[in-house]
Design a protein around this ligand. Structure first.
Ligand SMILES: NC(=O)c1ccc[n+]([C@@H]2O[C@H](COP(=O)([O-])OP(=O)(O)OC[C@H]3O[C@@H](n4cnc5c(N)ncnc54)[C@H](OP(=O)(O)O)[C@@H]3O)[C@@H](O)[C@H]2O)c1
Length: 502
């Protein structure tokens, strides 16, 4: 074999053994990013260049390789099994990106024999996630079990207590114990990543914590539950009731067997509590959120809202107000022309209104194995690179206690649907109660096709009326509705949906 041929072969084996790109070899060893490409095309380097490159290759070969980052994954369900699959499949690519390999060495789940479509034969198995979190065989612990207490909390604590970095996708855990866990991580100089805990595959945590830097967030709002967005989108596109739509969502795997947590708005509230802390530098307060779910939304609401130029979305909204921080989750009328109104189906979106960059809308898949595992992986890569930021954006000692603005101080427009008795004076009495409370009406809609008979069987003597108010205080609306109900002109519960100007 000629000298030049042997020189070429040595370089190709060097590149292949390390999973390097030709460009990296060119830059790091030869001092010219195009060197390997030129060589492959037949350009022959001079003998002294060859000697210099062979010496640089020898030096690089003698340098000890960076040790692999060994990962322990607790929870091999939807997200955990996908993460292991991605790490096993894309190992070479990740090594190239990081300059060190990332390998799963140990796993924990309940059933060892379950077929998860991944090969765990070479991995250490743990029945106990806490034992895995403390094991000497890992450098980073990934918690993908779920639940706000129990094994997830115990294992995350165990890892942080010994200074081991942790990545989790667990919003319930973060919402309930986020501040204490952030403190524990800081005390033990361990990183805590939770990008996947809010809006699945959308990198909203990193954007808030690092991307926006010093920008002051005035308001954050978003669609953070794919199940609710799927149901509301379908109800808007087809004539289908909430109950039938929910059954379909369950059949398609978009909704849990017990959907209360999603459709009741509590899942969105957990995510909003985490976002609020990052936006406003306050403690996480999941119990201080005004929460209304979507179960009372009817086809009539969606239709009238649509005719008036609105869509109904379940939004989580947090904003500063003179009274404190307003955190609320409720169905919301949003203008069809707003960007968030275009986020349909199972997609999520988070909008950040800041003083410097004004409005930023991040939209994408909010759940599912691959998008969520991709966010988990992004935290793993950050940790592998040695990036260090306080988990909640500011040191946990600096977080201010959360001061909740009372919901009755909320100001905005309202959609009010009432079932009124069709008797003389009913409408005049309703209008006069509204006027007396200082509520100015933008529109009053009463159409024969609008009949919501939540008061019982269809009754010709009941008319459904929809009122749209200009911006007003929540307290005024509630007081006026209480008086209207006491007057005896309406039957059933009034439907109240807040309008948000976005
Ligand atoms: N799925 C999503 O789209 C999504 C999106 C964003 C965030 N997340 C979050 O990601 C986390 C995981 O969600 P997932 O959907 O992957 O859940 P999942 O499919 O229910 O998987 C949970 C896993 O935890 C294991 N497990 C449960 N109890 C355990 C215990 N005591 N000891 C050891 N292992 C235990 C289960 O083991 P077995 O398999 O043996 O039963 C299972 O592998 C949750 O915090 C969730 O909120 C999920």
């Amino acid at each position: 074999m000629s000298d030049i041929q042997s020189f070429r072969d040595t370089i190709e084996s060097f590149i292949a053994a390390r999973g390097w790109t030709p460009t990296r070899f060119g830059r790091q060893i030869a001092g010219d990013p195009l060197f390997v490409f030129d060589l492959r095309e037949g350009r022959e380097p001079r003998s002294e260049t060859r000697q210099r490159i062979l010496k640089a290759m020898q030096d690089a070969a003698e340098a000890p390789p960076a040790p692999p980052l060994r990962i322990g994954v607790a929870g091999l369900g939807n997200v955990g099994a996908t993460l292991v699959r991605i790490l096993q499949r894309d190992g070479e690519e990740l090594t190239r990106k990081l300059g060190r390999s990332v390998v799963v060495t140990a796993v924990a789940a309940r059933s060892r024999s379950k077929d998860r479509g991944i090969d765990i034969s070479g991995l250490a198995w743990f029945d106990d996630p806490v034992a895995l979190a403390k094991s000497d065989g890992i450098d980073l612990f990934v918690e993908l079990i779920g639940g706000e207490d129990g094994p997830a909390l115990a294992a995350v604590r165990a890892a942080l207590e010994i200074g081991r970095p942790v990545v989790t996708a667990n919003k319930a855990l973060l919402a309930r114990h986020g501040v204490a866990l952030a403190r524990l991580a800081e005390e033990n100089a361990a990183q805590l990543g939770f990008e996947a805990a809010v809006a699945g595959g959308i990198p909203v945590i990193k954007t808030l914590r690092e991307g926006l830097g010093s920008a002051r967030v005035a308001r954050v709002y978003g669609i953070m539950n794919g199940t609710c967005n799927y149901i509301l989108t379908r109800m808007g596109n087809e004539v289908i009731s909430f109950d039938d739509c929910l059954k379909d969502a369950q059949r398609l795997g978009y909704a849990e067997a017990d959907p209360t947590f999603d459709v009741g708005g509590f899942d969105t509230a957990h995510k909003l509590a985490i976002l609020s802390s990052l936006c406003f530098g306050c403690e996480i307060a999941p119990d201080e959120i005004f929460v209304e779910g979507i179960t009372s939304i009817t086809q009539a609401d969606i239709k009238v809202a649509g005719d008036l130029g609105y869509k109904i979305k379940l939004l989580g909204i947090a904003q500063r107000s003179p009274e404190g921080i307003e955190q609320r989750v409720h169905p919301t009328l949003v203008s069809k022309s707003s960007a968030i109104a275009g986020v349909d189906g199972v997609l999520n979106a988070v909008a950040l209104e800041t003083d410097h960059v004004h409005e930023l809308l991040l939209a994408g898949p909010g759940a599912g194995g691959p998008p969520t595992a991709s966010s988990v992986l992004s935290d793993i890569l950050d940790i592998a690179r040695g990036n260090r930021v306080p988990p909640l954006g500011v040191p946990s000692q600096e977080l201010v206690p959360y001061r909740q603005a009372p919901m009755k101080a909320h100001e905005g427009g309202y959609y009010i649907r009432l079932n009124a008795r069709d008797v003389p004076g009913a409408f005049a009495a309703i209008a006069s109660r509204m006027g007396a409370a200082g509520i100015s009406l933008e529109s009053v809609i009463q159409r024969p096709d609008l009949r919501v008979t939540d008061a019982g069987p269809a009754d010709a003597s009941i008319r459904t009326i929809v009122l749209l108010t200009h911006s007003t205080l929540e307290q005024s609306v509630r007081e006026a509705l209480a008086l209207i109900a006491a007057d005896g002109f309406i039957v059933g519960q009034p439907q109240l949906i807040r309008i948000e100007s976005l």
